[in-house]
Design a protein around this ligand. Structure first.
Ligand code: DC
Length: 220
C-alpha cells in the first residue's frame, strides 16, 4: 500500500510523512531529499544547472540511496552521506531549477518507482499522487496558508540556531510555490482522488492521526 502526500513547501509534509510511516510501521521515501541530493552533487561538480541532459546523466550515473538507520533516514549520493548538507541554503536556493527539468524528473520518478515497487510505503513530494504512484491507496494534498508555512519554517530555522528574517522566508516560500506550480514538467497539482488537508491552525498529531486513519481504512 502506498500513502502519497503532496503539497507546497513548508506544509509540514516531511514531518507528517515520517510520523505516518512510523505509525503504520512502513518505510518513508522523501522525494524532495532526492532532488536535493542531485542538486548538491551538481553544485559540487560545477555542472550547469540549466542543462537538462547533463543533469539527467548525472542522476542516472549516481542513483540516490535512502537508508533507514537507527539515526533516522539518511541520504546518500555518489558514496557520500549528504543528509545534513542537502538542507543548506545553497541547495534550497537551487533545487527548484534542477527539479524543473523533464529529463531529471524522468530519472527520479524511475528511481522512486523502483524503491516503492514492493511493500508498503509513505512518500511525500509534489507529484507522488499525480505521477509517481497514481494508483496510491491514499492520496493527501497537504497545505497551509503562506503565512503559516513561513512561520513554521522560520521557527524551524531559529530552533537550529540560524538568524533569519520572517519576511525573507515568506518571500522564499512564495517564490518556491510559484516555481513548483508553474513549471511545465509535473507541476504541483491536486492529484485525482486526493483529499485536501489544510493544516492551518492544526497540530501535527491531529494531521498524523487523520492520515494514518485513512491508511488503516484503506488497508481493511
Ligand atoms: O520538499 P522539499 O523542499 O525537500 O523539496 C525540494 C524541491 O524539490 C522543491 O523545490 C520541490 C522539488 N520536488 C519536486 O519537484 N518533486 C518532488 N516529488 C519532490 C520535491
Amino acid at each position: 500500500m502506498i500513502v502519497a502526500i503532496d503539497g507546497p513547501a513548508g506544509a509540514g509534509k516531511s514531518t507528517v510523512a515520517r510520523a505516518v510511516a512510523d505509525a503504520l510501521g512502513v518505510g518513508y521515501v522523501d522525494t524532495g531529499a532526492m532532488y536535493r541530493a542531485l542538486t548538491l552533487l551538481a553544485l559540487r561538480s560545477g555542472v550547469d544547472l540549466a542543462d537538462d541532459a547533463v543533469l539527467a546523466d548525472l542522476a542516472r550515473a549516481n542513483p540516490v540511496r535512502l537508508d533507514h538507520g537507527s539515526t533516522g533516514l539518511r541520504v546518500y549520493i555518489a558514496g557520500d552521506d549528504v543528509t545534513m548538507a542537502i538542507r543548506e541554503a545553497d541547495v534550497t536556493g537551487a533545487v527548484s531549477q534542477v527539479a524543473a527539468h523533464p529529463g531529471v524528473r524522468a530519472e527520479m520518478v524511475d528511481r522512486q518507482r523502483d524503491i516503492m515497487a514492493i511493500g508498503d510505503w509513505v512518500s511525500d513530494g509534489r507529484d507522488i499522487g499525480s505521477v509517481v504512484c497514481p494508483d496510491a491507496a491514499v492520496k493527501v494534498f497537504l497545505t497551509a496558508s503562506v503565512d503559516e508555512r513561513a512561520r513554521r519554517r522560520h521557527a524551524e530555522l531559529v530552533a537550529r540556531g540560524e538568524k533569519v528574517d520572517l519576511r525573507v522566508i515568506r518571500d522564499d516560500v512564495e517564490r518556491r510555490d510559484h516555481a513548483d506550480s508553474s513549471r511545465a514538467a509535473s507541476p504541483l497539482v491536486v492529484a485525482d482522488g486526493a483529499v485536501i488537508l489544510d493544516t492551518t491552525g492544526m497540530g501535527i498529531d491531529e494531521v498524523v492521526r487523520r492520515i494514518a486513519g485513512m491508511a488503516q481504512e484503506a488497508r481493511s
